[in-house]
Design a protein around this ligand. Structure first.
Ligand code: PMP
Length: 469
C-alpha cells in the first residue's frame, strides 16, 4: 500500500529498532512485514488480542496501529495518512492534538495533577458545562461508563426503585448493569419485540442483574407506554441515547423523547439521557438543546474533553443533590483531575468563542448529501441517518426493506458484508470511518472543504471497487 504522506514525527521515531522500512517495490514490501504487523505481533503478546478495548480488534490482518494524529488526520505506523472520521469514537471534536487544548493542559499540569480536592479548573469547567447545557449541577467522572453507572445509582437512590428501562441497540458503557441488548447483541437472541428477552452482551455478567433491566425497542411508543403502565412502581429510570450513536445514528421518531419525558413525569421515573456521544457535539447544549427536551440526569463524556479522559453527570439540582456524603455514593480518585478538567475548560472555551458547530454542521451536511448521492447513483439500497456532526451510513440488502426505525430493523436492513467491504476499501484509500457500519462518521472542527472533496472522490472509487467485485 502506498504511503500518502510520511509523518514528521511519531511512527518512525517509535518503530521497533529491529524493523527496517520497506526499501520500495511491491515484491520487497511483501517480503518485509509491515510496521503494523510487527507492532501488532508485539501488542498481541502482551495485551489480549493486541488491543485495549474489544471494539478496536478488527482481526489479525486489519487491526490498525496508529502512530500519531493532528487535526483531522491520523497516521499509522507505516506512515500512511488517513482522514479520520472515527475521531477516537467521537471525542475529538476540535481536531487531534488541538493546540489551544494542549497548551492549556501543559500549563496546568506544571503545578500537579491529582490532589483529590476541589481545584479551580474544575469549578470553571463545571460552570461552563452548566452555562452551555442548562444543567444546574455537575459531578465529574473519567469516562462515559462511569457517568451512566453513577447516574443509574442516583436514580435508584432517588426513587427507591431498582429496575430501569433501556432500549435495544443503545450502548451505555462496559459496566454490568447496562451491557444488555446492546448494538452487538444478535437480534435473533432477543425474542419477540412484544416481549424482549434481556440478553447480556458478554459472558461474566451476573444473571442476578437480568431482572433489573427491562429492554424495549427504540421508538416504540405503545410498548413503552404499556411497560410503564404495568411496571412504573418498580422502575427507577428510563435510560436513553437521544440519537442512537451506537446504531448508525438512528434518530428518535418525532415526539419520542417528549413522550419519555411525559411518562417519567407522570410516574416519578428519572429520565436519564445518555449524551456521551451527542453532548457538546450535536449542539453546544447537546441533545437537550437540539430536541428541546430536558432530562433529569445527563451522562456526558467524549467531546467535552476533545479526547482527554473525562466524563460528567449533570442534571437538575433536585436529582444531583441526591448525592450525599455517607449516604449516596459518587467518587473516584481521578474525578476532576487537573489535566482532564483543564482540557475540558479549554475545549468548551473554543466552542463558546469560535464557530465550531457551524463549521462542523456545514461540512458534515455536505458529506452526508454527497455520500447519499453516490449511493443513489450506484443504485445501492441505503440509509443515511443522524445529524451532520455524527451520521450513520448503512448499505442495505434489499430495495424493498422498510426504512430502519429501531435496532432490530436496522440489523435486518444492513448488508454486513457490503458495509464491511466499503469500509475496508475506504481505509485502503486513506479515509477512515469505523469498520462497523453501526458506528457513526464523526466530524471535527479541523475537517476542511478539501477533506470533503477528497473523501467524496475516494467514496466513489471505493464504491466502484466493491461493485466490480
Ligand atoms: N454511552 C454512549 C452513548 C457511548 O457511545 C459510550 C461509548 N461509546 C459510552 C456510554 C461509554 O463511554 P466510555 O467508553 O467513555 O466508557
Amino acid at each position: 500500500m502506498e504511503n500518502l504522506e510520511t509523518p514528521a514525527v511519531g511512527s518512525m521515531a517509535s518503530a521497533p529498532a529491529e524493523v527496517k522500512a520497506p526499501a520500495g517495490g511491491a515484491q520487497h514490501a511483501r517480503a518485509v512485514p509491515t510496521q503494523r504487523a510487527q507492532w501488532f505481533a508485539r501488542a498481541s503478546r502482551v495485551m489480549p488480542w493486541g488491543v485495549s478495548s474489544n471494539f478496536r480488534y478488527w482481526g489479525e490482518k486489519d487491526t490498525m496501529v496508529i502512530a500519531r494524529g493532528k487535526g483531522a488526520y491520523v497516521w499509522d505506523v507505516d506512515g500512511k495518512r488517513y482522514i479520520d472520521y472515527r475521531l477516537g469514537f467521537g471525542p475529538v471534536i476540535l481536531g487531534h492534538a488541538y493546540d489551544a487544548v494542549n497548551a492549556a493542559v501543559v500549563e496546568a499540569m506544571q503545578d500537579g495533577n491529582v490532589f483529590a480536592m476541589t481545584n479551580v479548573y474544575e469549578v470553571r469547567a463545571a460552570e461552563a458545562i452548566c452555562r452551555m447545557t442548562g444543567v444546574d449541577q455537575v459531578r465529574f467522572t473519567n469516562s462515559g461508563a462511569e457517568s451512566t453507572m453513577h447516574a443509574l445509582r442516583i436514580a435508584r437512590a432517588h426513587t427507591g426503585r431498582e429496575r430501569f428501562i433501556k432500549f435495544e441497540g443503545c450502548y451505555h458503557g462496559a459496566h454490568d448493569h447496562v451491557m444488555w441488548n446492546t448494538s452487538t447483541t444478535p437480534v435473533s437472541a432477543m425474542g419477540s419485540r412484544r416481549s424482549p428477552i434481556p440478553v447480556p452482551t458478554s459472558s461474566g455478567i451476573p444473571s442476578a442483574l437480568r431482572d433489573r433491566v427491562i429492554p424495549l425497542p427504540f421508538n416504540d411508543f405503545e410498548m413503552l407506554e404499556r411497560t410503564v403502565r404495568d411496571h412504573w412502581h418498580e422502575v427507577a429510570a428510563i435510560l436513553v441515547e437521544p440519537i442512537m450513536g451506537n446504531s448508525a445514528s438512528m434518530m428518535p421518531a418525532p415526539g419520542w423523547l417528549e413522550f419519555i419525558r411525559r411518562l417519567c413525569d407522570a410516574h416519578g421515573i428519572v429520565m436519564i439521557m445518555d449524551e456521551v456521544k451527542t453532548g457538546f457535539r450535536i449542539a453546544p447544549g447537546g441533545a437537550q438543546q437540539f430536541f428541546n427536551v430536558r432530562a433529569d440526569l445527563v451522562a456526558y463524556a467524549k467531546a467535552m474533553g476533545n479526547g482527554f479522559p473525562i466524563g460528567a453527570i449533570g442534571g437538575r439540582r433536585e436529582f444531583m443533590m441526591t448525592i450525599e456524603p455517607g449516604a449516596v455514593g459518587h467518587g473516584g480518585t481521578y474525578c476532576g483531575n487537573v489535566v482532564s478538567v483543564a482540557a475540558c475548560e479549554a475545549t468548551l472555551r473554543v466552542m463558546e468563542t469560535e464557530p465550531v458547530f457551524e463549521v462542523i454542521n456545514q461540512r458534515g451536511a455536505r458529506l452526508m448529501s454527497g455520500i447519499r448521492q453516490l449511493l443513489e447513483r450506484y443504485n445501492l439500497p441505503h440509509v443515511i441517518m443522524g445529524v451532520p456532526s455524527m451520521f450513520g451510513v448503512c448499505i442495505g440488502n434489499s430495495e424493498n426493506a422498510p426504512t430502519p426505525y429501531d435496532y432490530r430493523s436496522l440489523s435486518r436492513f444492513a448488508d454486513e458484508d457490503l458495509n464491511w467491504r466499503f469500509a475496508r476499501a475506504l481505509h485502503q484509500r486513506g479515509i477512515l470511518p469505523d469498520i462497523d457500519y453501526q458506528e457513526p462518521w464523526f466530524l471535527c472542527y479541523a475537517h476542511s472543504e478539501a477533506d470533503m472533496d477528497e473523501t467524496l472522490a475516494r467514496c466513489e472509487d471505493a464504491l466502484r471497487e466493491i461493485l466490480r467485485a
